[in-house]
Design a protein around this ligand. Structure first.
Ligand code: NAP
Length: 286
């Protein structure tokens, strides 16, 4: 099976590496070619455009920043979708909104291409260790055809229903993630103002059942003020924006998400967009 991989950032580079290590034939494209070098050194082929990737592959995987970028790379100048052969499979692992996944699913279907939205739960380390969880929307029989690829890049792929359902679940997860870190940061910030040292405030909060379990995973970052990006803050802000947009589409209010997304937007405006999203703690504690 010949795999095309487009989008070799923090996540895509690791996912493609895992496919390569298991012997899959890879053709890759990334806007910034230097990020492809480790894969090229180990035998992957370089394509000079998304369309060129599409000429050669059975399955094409995208792991790109946001819906606008996915649309541009799929359907813009030298986009891959018009070039993919009928019956090939496009797996979009980017975090996007469900209505966008449905739109891409329709574009694919019109060309006879099978489509899965398959965003991931897990960050840089799970991507490197191939322990990602894939949240999949689309036809079950399409998922079955590419299940071995998900098993190489992750621990599991869960089928959540029709096209868009993977993206829907991903936005729900990241909405909770963004809120958890934010609520914790605000609590510690007031704790420090009330006279607790940072360590005591964090120690006690994290020992209560009130704290989200994920906060313990990030503990070192808060202790050491180390916000090197595993998951860039600008991407989490994008995900909260997409959640709010989706709530609007469904006629649902999302008051907490709308507040939270603007705190992340302020942190981004202050220059923290390329730091890890957990740096919202730093933003509220400065
Ligand atoms: P990243 O390191 O910022 O990579 C983004 C990718 O999109 C890069 O390949 C980048 O190309 C490409 N890109 C951005 N703008 C582009 C444009 N205008 N034209 C063409 N390509 C463009 O991000 P990431 O962390 O790997 O995340 C990728 C996706 O996975 C995002 O949707 C993110 O929300 C999601 N995600 C991330 C994590 C995480 O922990 N990092 C976890 C789960 C899901 P260049 O290399 O040229 O910049």
């Amino acid at each position: 099976m010949h795999i095309g991989f487009i989008g070799l950032g923090i996540m895509g580079s690791q996912m493609a590496k895992n496919l390569q290590e298991k012997g899959y034939l890879l053709t890759v494209y990334n806007r910034t070619k230097s990020k492809a070098e480790p894969l090229l050194k180990n035998g992957a082929a370089w394509a000079s455009s998304p369309a060129e990737v599409a000429q050669q592959v059975d399955v094409l995987i995208t792991m790109l920043e946001n819906p606008a970028v996915v649309e541009e790379v799929a359907l813009g100048k030298d986009g891959f979708l018009p070039t993919l052969s009928p019956n090939t499979i496009w797996i979009d692992c980017s975090t996007v909104n469900p209505s966008f996944s449905k739109k891409m699913g329709n574009e694919a279907q019109q060309r006879g291409v099978q489509f899965l939205d398959a965003p991931v739960s897990g960050s840089k380390q799970p991507a490197a260790e191939a322990s990602l969880l894939f949240l999949v929307g689309g036809k079950k029989e399409t998922l079955t055809k590419v299940e071995p690829l998900f098993q190489v890049m992750g621990q599991k792929a869960v089928h959540l229903g029709e096209t868009g359902k993977g993206s829907a679940m991903k936005l729900m997860i990241n909405q909770l993630l963004g809120q958890s870190i934010l609520a914790f940061s605000e609590s510690v910030s007031l704790g420090i103002a009330m006279g607790f040292d940072k360590k005591t405030a964090i120690d006690v909060l994290l020992k209560t059942p009130i704290a989200a379990p994920i906060l313990n995973v990030f503990r070192d970052r808060f202790d050491e003020d180390n916000y090197e990006a595993n998951f860039p803050l600008k991407h989490l802000q994008k995900d909260l924006q997409l959640f709010a947009d989706t709530a609007y589409e469904y006629g649902k209010a999302s008051p907490l998400t709308n507040t939270a997304k603007e705190v992340y937007a302020l942190a981004k405006q202050k220059g923290q967009g390329d730091l890890d999203f957990t740096s919202v703690f730093k933003y509220l504690n400065e």
